[in-house]
Design a protein around this ligand. Structure first.
Ligand code: SF4
Length: 258
């Protein structure tokens, strides 16, 4: 079962477990899922568009239109505390992402200073200069790291070929004040085995994020038939609690289960 693709730039507000009332910003090309990952568990189903040519930039929503919609939402009487870059795919692949974050931050500070600008990213662009600069305008960057080794990365997140797992981890190490979000699943593949968790904690010890948010398959995800023999399932609550306890007690992380 999958969720329908969002067809608008602004959606919500959604009452999310992690953020409370959050207004979503969807920057993907009209009505499409656009991501450089194809996670087994993605609730939008299989990735339709992995990569575009540079001259395909014009199929993304115009920055001026995005800003007009955000300004209207900020001036409306709709209540929300977070403005979140998320949507159908990876928001940092938007061609003018850095400029956009600057403008969105400026609008939020001017109209509703208490609203936090938030990002939900899969971390694929975390080494790009333009992305690093955009962090100056994002109050809460939440970056994905589901696994601690390249083989599980390939099997669970199914990235485009030129993405290197260790380069992403190195990129995350260099980012200040980030939150890491990780999804756990059991079955085949499984990122909750002793080795998988060990590798994941090893990466986290290098990254030293401000906060770690873990969750499991609580939402709809792509039909397993789409992936042939893949059998994945939700991780039992006791195991999730144990991961949090290990993170807090053994490694001193601020970690929560969502
Ligand atoms: S990174 Fe997010 S949008 Fe992209 S495939 Fe994974 S879950 Fe879906």
């Amino acid at each position: 079962m999958v969720l329908p693709i969002k067809r608008t730039i602004i959606y919500g507000p959604i009452n999310s477990r992690r953020l409370g009332f959050s207004l979503g910003i969807n920057l993907t090309p009209q009505g499409k899922k656009y991501c450089d990952f194809d996670c087994l568990y993605c609730h939008y189903g299989k990735t339709e568009y992995h990569k575009l040519n540079p001259d395909d930039d014009d199929i993304f929503p115009e920055m001026e239109n995005v800003l007009t919609e955000i300004e209207m939402a900020l001036r409306s009487d709709v209540e929300f505390s977070y403005l979140t870059f998320s949507g159908n795919g990876e928001p940092t692949l938007y061609p003018r992402f850095k400029e956009l974050t600057y403008e969105v931050n400026r609008l939020a500070r001017k109209i509703r200073p208490y609203v936090k600008v938030t990002l939900l990213s899969n971390s694929s662009t975390c080494r790009r200069n333009s992305f690093i600069k955009s962090l100056e305008y994002i109050d809460l960057p939440i970056m994905k790291l589901d696994v601690g080794n390249p083989s599980l990365f390939k099997r669970i997140n199914r990235p485009v070929e030129d993405l290197d797992f260790y380069e992403i981890v190195d990129g995350l190490v260099d980012l200040p004040n980030i939150t890491i979000q990780s999804l756990f699943l059991e079955g085949d593949p499984d990122n909750t085995t002793d080795k998988a968790l060990n590798d994941w904690f090893t990466c986290l010890q290098k990254i030293r994020p401000q906060h770690i948010q873990i969750y499991t398959l609580d939402r709809p995800f792509a039909d397993k038939d789409r992936y042939g023999l893949v059998q994945i399932k939700k991780v039992p609550e006791e195991k999730m609690v144990k991961v949090v306890e290990t993170g807090r007690e053994r490694f001193g992380f601020k970690m929560d289960r969502y």
